[in-house]
Design a protein around this ligand. Structure first.
Ligand code: GUN
Length: 293
């Protein structure tokens, strides 16, 4: 078997094109959706993500603001920025790029964001709403993965989904979404992680595998079932002295080895990452609509 490639660029463009009409309608009413991103410190990967988010806003005609602060910013000053963005009418939604440098308190920051402006979907109110199946703003990466599957008509209903990784950003919310009694869900969900016994055996049960562990090429071909759908959330930088930038991006899945065994597979880059940004735009537009009902 040879897998069909899941093209994140195509699906992300499709989502963003669908947003254009909604953005136009808002603009006719004098409303421009606005996104602010807060970047603390100088982590190069975080800086890249923030740049991509601002660029996506620009391309869609959204207002965007990047707030950059040094790693040593006092907690109170960061909280004051959150407070300002909560009350700025130009800002429909905002996010504070994670991880925050120590000793900053990330949970305190998340709790301070108004749930209706929490376009990451990280506030416990939004997490709770998602869990009970009455979503407010959904977390971008898991929602983007649902959209990818929907586009390729991969219905998880009744199938064995194995998620490897239990982070608050991907693993846990992905499980919550896929176990719902609703369209593009109804899956039998297993969440595996670093303490899972016989991990390879558990992963081999997957009709749909979602790898979000953050370890390059962790999922090898022997760990996947013939015909499995393989969704790779990993974005790992590995040294590559042949490239000018000195690194290349590698997923959590050994793509080349799994390509012949899977039915569908996402590439890295060009897969899930593009969907995360598209869904952030989606949440920003939804937030603007909800605030102007
Ligand atoms: N760090 C890695 N992914 C994300 C994300 O989706 N949102 C934020 N705020 N930080 C991140």
């Amino acid at each position: 078997m040879c897998a069909q490639l899941i093209d994140g660029k195509e699906v992300a463009n499709n989502i963003k094109n669908q947003l254009r009409g909604r953005i136009e309608a808002l603009k006719k009413r004098g409303i421009t959706p606005g996104l602010a991103t807060v970047l603390v410190g100088d982590d190069p990967a975080s800086a890249t993500y923030v740049r991509s988010k601002a660029k996506a806003c620009e391309k869609l005609g959204l207002y965007s603001e990047v707030v950059k602060k040094p790693a040593g910013i006092p907690q109170l000053e960061l909280m004051a920025i959150v407070d300002r963005l909560n009350n700025d009418p130009k800002i429909s939604g905002f996010l504070v790029q994670s991880p925050l440098p120590a000793p900053l308190d990330e949970l305190a920051v998340t709790l301070a964001i108004k749930p209706e402006k929490d376009v990451d979907g990280f506030h416990p109110v939004n997490v709770g709403m998602m869990l009970i199946g009455t979503p407010g703003l959904l977390p971008c990466t898991p929602h983007g993965i649902i959209k990818l599957m929907e586009y390729y008509q991969i219905d998880p209903s009744g199938r064995e989904v194995v998620i490897v990784g239990r982070s608050n950003i991907v693993g846990k919310p992905m499980a919550a979404l896929l176990m719902q009694k609703q369209k593009m869900a109804n899956a039998t969900v297993t969440v595996a992680h670093s303490r899972t016994r016989n991990l390879a055996e558990v992963v081999r049960r997957a009709d749909i595998l979602i790898a979000a562990i953050g370890r390059p090429k962790f999922i090898t071909a022997d760990m996947i079932k013939e015909g499995a759908v393989v969704i790779d959330v990993g974005v790992n930088r590995v040294e590559d002295t042949n490239l000018e930038k000195g690194y290349r991006l590698v997923g959590d899945v050994d793509f080349d080895a799994c390509f012949d065994k899977a039915s569908y597979i996402t590439p890295v880059p060009g897969g899930v990452g593009l969907m995360t940004i598209a869904m952030l735009m989606y949440n920003t537009v939804s937030a603007a609509e909800n605030q102007n009902k």
